[in-house]
Design a protein around this ligand. Structure first.
Ligand code: UD1
Length: 339
C-alpha cells in the first residue's frame, strides 16, 4: 500500500516509516524540516535498504498541499505526525500552534476527502486526559480542559475528526493517544533530535550524561507517589511506531466498528522520574548528576495507560522495557555527539 507520512522525518514519524517499509508499504514523506533534518532519510535507508520518497513541504501552504494530493491520488492511507509539540512554546505562541497543528490538519483532511481511499491516523496524546481520576487511564476516561494550547490542539484535532466522520462515512480514522515515547531505533541510525534545550526528561538525561548539560533538575519530590516524583508511562518509540502499522492494517482491512476510534499507546506500567534515572544509570553504567528542584507548573502527578483496548482490538502490545528504551536512547546520544 502507498502511505503518506506527514512529519515523517521527525522523531516518531521516522521510526514509523521504518516499520511501514519493513512491512512492505511504499512510503511518501512530507516534512517542512522545521524540527528535523534530511539526514534522517539516510538513517531510514541504512535500516531498511529503501529510501522513501520525500517532499519538503509546509502544510500551512494550502495550494501546495492541494497540488501534492493532485499528484498523489493513489495514496491508500495517511499518517499525520506533522505538528509542533513543545508545551511551553505553545503558551508563548498560541496562534502559531493553532495554525501549525489545527489549520494544517484541516488542509490535509480537505484533500484526503477527495481521494478514493480515506484512511487516516492522527497523532494524539495522553495529555487529553489531564490529571485522570482513575489509574490506569482507559480511553473512557473523561477529557479534561487542556493545560496548554498544545494540548488543546490535540483535543480540537480529535473533535475535527469526530465531526468529519459523522457526515462522511467514507472517512476512516484512528487517533492514537501516546503516553511518553522514548528511546531510539536499536541500530542507532535514527532517534530523537531535540532542538535547543530539551524539555522532555529522557533527552535531558542523555544530554547531561554526555556532558552537554550540567545537571538534570528533577521537578518535585513531594508528590503523593511511591518516591515523591511524578509517574509516567515511558514507551519505546519502536513500539509506538509498530502501533501505527497495526492501526493502519485495521483501516485497510475495514475492521472498524466506528469510523472514528481512539486507542491508548503505552506500556501500562508507571515509572517515577527517579526510577527512570536509576534505569539510565543501570544500563549506561554512568552516574547522573541531578538535583531536586521545585515542581514544574502544569505537570500531572501520575499518568499510565490501560492498554487493554489496543491489545485486544489492534492486536498490538509493547515489547520493550524501560531499560531497553534507556539503553537505545543512550547509544543514540553517544553516536550523534561523537560524529
Ligand atoms: C509532556 C507534555 C505532553 C506532551 C509530551 C510530549 C506537559 C505537562 N506535558 O509530557 O503534553 O505530549 O511532553 O513529549 O508538559 N522532568 C524532570 N526534569 C526535566 C524534564 C522532565 O523532572 O528536565 C519530569 C517531569 O516533571 C515529568 C517527567 O519528567 O514528571 C516527564 O516529563 P516530560 O518528558 O516533559 O513529559 P510529560 O510532561 O509527561
Amino acid at each position: 500500500m502507498k502511505v503518506l507520512v506527514t512529519g515523517g522525518l521527525g522523531y516518531i514519524g521516522s521510526h514509523t516509516v521504518v516499520e511501514l517499509q519493513n512491512e512492505g508499504h511504499v512510503v511518501v514523506i512530507i516534512d517542512d524540516l522545521s524540527n528535523s533534518s534530511k539526514d534522517v532519510l539516510k538513517g531510514i535507508t541504512k535500516i531498511t535498504g529503501v529510501t522513501p520518497q520525500f517532499e519538503e513541504l509546509d502544510l500551512k501552504e494550502k495550494y501546495k498541499v492541494q497540488d501534492f494530493f493532485k499528484r498523489h491520488q493513489d495514496i491508500d492511507g495517511v499518517i499525520h505526525f506533522a505538528a509542533s509539540k513543545a508545551v511551553g512554546e505553545s503558551v508563548d505562541k498560541p496562534l502559531f500552534y493553532y495554525e501549525n497543528n489545527v489549520t494544517t490538519l484541516i488542509y490535509v483532511l480537505q484533500e484526503l476527502q477527495k481521494l478514493k481511499c480515506q484512511n487516516f491516523i492522527f497523532s494524539s496524546s495522553c495529555t487529553v486526559y489531564g490529571e485522570a481520576d482513575k489509574l490506569p487511564i482507559s480511553e473512557n476516561s473523561p477529557i479534561k480542559p487542556a493545560e496548554s494550547p498544545y494540548g488543546n490542539t490535540k483535543q480540537i484535532g480529535e473533535e475535527i475528526l469526530k465531526d468529519s466522520c459523522q457526515i462522511n462515512l467514507d472517512l476512516k480514522t484512528i487517533a492514537l493517544r501516546y503516553f511518553n515515547p522514548t528511546g531510539a531505533h536499536n541500530s542507532s541510525h535514527i532517534g530523537e533530535l531535540p532542538q535547543g534545550v530539551p524539555q522532555n526528561l529522557v533527552p535531558y538525561i542523555t544530554q547531561t550524561a554526555v556532558g552537554l548539560r550540567e545537571q538534570l533538575s528533577v521537578f518535585g519530590n513531594d508528590y503523593d507517589t511511591k518516591d515523591g516524583t511524578c509517574i509516567r508511562d515511558y514507551i519505546h518509540v519502536t513500539d509506538v511506531a509498530k502501533a501505527h502499522v497495526c492501526a493502519l492494517n485495521r483501516l485497510f482491512k475495514n475492521q472498524q466498528s466506528h469510523n472514528f476510534e481512539v486507542f491508548n499507546i503505552g506500556t501500562g506500567k508507571g515509572s517515577s522520574v527517579l526510577e527512570v534515572i536509576q534505569s539510565f544509570e543501570r544500563v549506561s553504567d554512568q552516574k547522573l548528576n541531578y538535583k531536586i528542584v521545585d515542581r514544574r507548573q502544569g505537570d500531572v502527578i501520575s499518568a499510565f495507560a490501560d492498554t487493554t483496548k489496543a491489545n485486544t482490538i489492534l492486536g498490538w502490545e509493547s515489547k520493550y522495557s524501560l531499560d531497553n528504551a534507556m539503553l537505545d536512547a543512550w547509544n543514540w546520544e553517544q553516536k550523534i555527539r561523537n560524529k
